[in-house]
Design a protein around this ligand. Structure first.
Ligand code: SIN
Length: 388
């Protein structure tokens, strides 16, 4: 089967969906996803989405992002992300996304590790689900967008070094999708790990194919491990215990129920301390306690985490829960410039698949949804500009 389109988008996390929404209605857009529409890591994001609080916050937001990234971040990309953050939030609200608000105070902000200030908007502990669901609803209203679920990209179509679309496959057929522009938004690589917070089908397909064509890749060894996932002896995806739980005051304990680390240091620092402690204790997890967090905050801000722990046999209001680090995020990927354009003409990469330099060597918590949305819009704007 052959489909002709203006743009083909691979992936239905926030970066793929937002790219589709930001392209003009007269473009014929085809969106494919390897599983169902909702099974993306964006959907699983718990903590929230960063935003520049006010002009005075610029320098500390910039510095927090750079420090967490070991100053290996591309400064221009960090600046673009921060400067665009408020307008991205305005657009999300326009698409129906709801963030926690307080009576008379407007938005309420939470905190996570390595942030010097509260600047994270959230929707309970399911911010990614809230954003992704609303974007899916809006994309479904677009008559110029065709969605294909359970369809896997297997190759690019390349002619004279230029990307002219992709080859995809589903249970019924092989599909040749010819398009002027291709946007890769196919997520990370957690499916390749035994212990990951990611969906198992996210296995870096786009990165492997790009590598075969000599498309520039960057920082392939920059993998982020999240400090706190719920310990389970069973195989399968690890359940995240959001960093915002520590942001709101949760403490990490060793086997003697003593603290051993500053819980709000950057992720890579906390992970190293946990592994060291597990080795010293001869255990396969450490403990997380929410005893310092008011009960109403646990129940209102973290209802799904609370419920999931209960189902696993832990009442976090009355006892510590066992937590262990797991693979969470890929900072490297397909190199992309500030317009999300890769080294191959007419090929774009956005979201976790891409490496636009925002995150450097270690991502600051809750920068990923924001970075994905900002650079999805950059890609759409560039495609529009180039078409003119
Ligand atoms: C979390 O809620 O801890 C994850 C958020 C993120 O990865 O930025």
């Amino acid at each position: 089967m052959r489909i002709d389109a203006d743009v083909v988008i691979v992936g239905t996390g926030v970066s793929g969906l937002f790219s589709a929404l930001k392209l003009p209605a007269d473009k014929k857009i085809v969106v494919i996803t390897k599983s169902d529409l909702e099974s993306s890591d964006s959907f699983l994001a718990q903590g929230g989405i960063c935003v520049l609080r006010d002009e005075q916050d610029y320098e500390s937001f910039f510095e927090d992002t750079m420090r967490a990234g070991h100053y290996e971040n591309r400064k221009e990309s960090v600046d673009i992300m921060i400067r665009n953050s408020r307008s991205i939030i305005d657009e999300l609200v326009h698409y129906g996304v709801s963030f926690e608000r307080g009576a008379d105070v407007g938005f309420i902000y939470t905190k996570e590790g390595a942030h010097s200030r509260r600047r994270i908007l959230f929707h309970e502990d399911v911010t990614g689900k809230e954003i992704t669901e609303k974007l899916i609803q809006n994309v479904k209203k677009l008559s110029n967008v065709q969605l294909y679920e359970y369809t896997t990209m297997t190759d690019f179509i390349v002619n004279g070094g230029v990307c002219e679309g992709i080859i995809a496959e589903n249970k019924e057929r092989r599909i040749e999708i010819r398009a002027t522009d291709t946007i890769l938004a196919s997520g990370g690589i957690g499916g390749r790990y035994k212990h990951s917070t990611n969906y198992p089908h996210l296995s870096g397909d786009a990165i492997s194919i790009a590598g075969r064509y000599g498309v520039r890749l960057e920082n392939l060894d920059y993998i982020q491990i999240h400090p706190t996932t719920l310990y389970s002896p069973r195989p399968g995806r690890r359940f995240l215990i959001s960093e915002s739980v520590r942001g709101e005051g949760a403490l990490l304990y060793n086997k003697k129920k003593e603290r051993f680390v500053d819980e709000l240091k950057p992720r890579d620092f906390v992970v190293k301390a946990i592994y060291k402690q597990m080795e010293a204790d001869g255990t396969d997890h450490v403990w997380l306690s929410v005893e310092r967090i008011p009960k109403e905050t646990v129940l209102n801000h973290f209802p799904h985490i609370y419920q999931h722990c209960l189902e696993e046999g832990y009442d976090m209001l009355n006892e510590c829960i066992p937590v262990v680090p797991a693979q969470h995020y890929f900072m490297g990927g397909i190199w992309a410039d500030k317009n999300s354009h890769t080294s191959m003409p007419h090929l774009y990469a956005v979201g976790e698949t891409s490496c636009n330099g925002v995150h450097g060597a270690n991502r600051l918590a809750s920068n990923s949804l924001l970075e994905s949305l900002v650079f999805a819009r950059q890609a759409a704007n560039h495609i529009i500009k180039e078409a003119k």
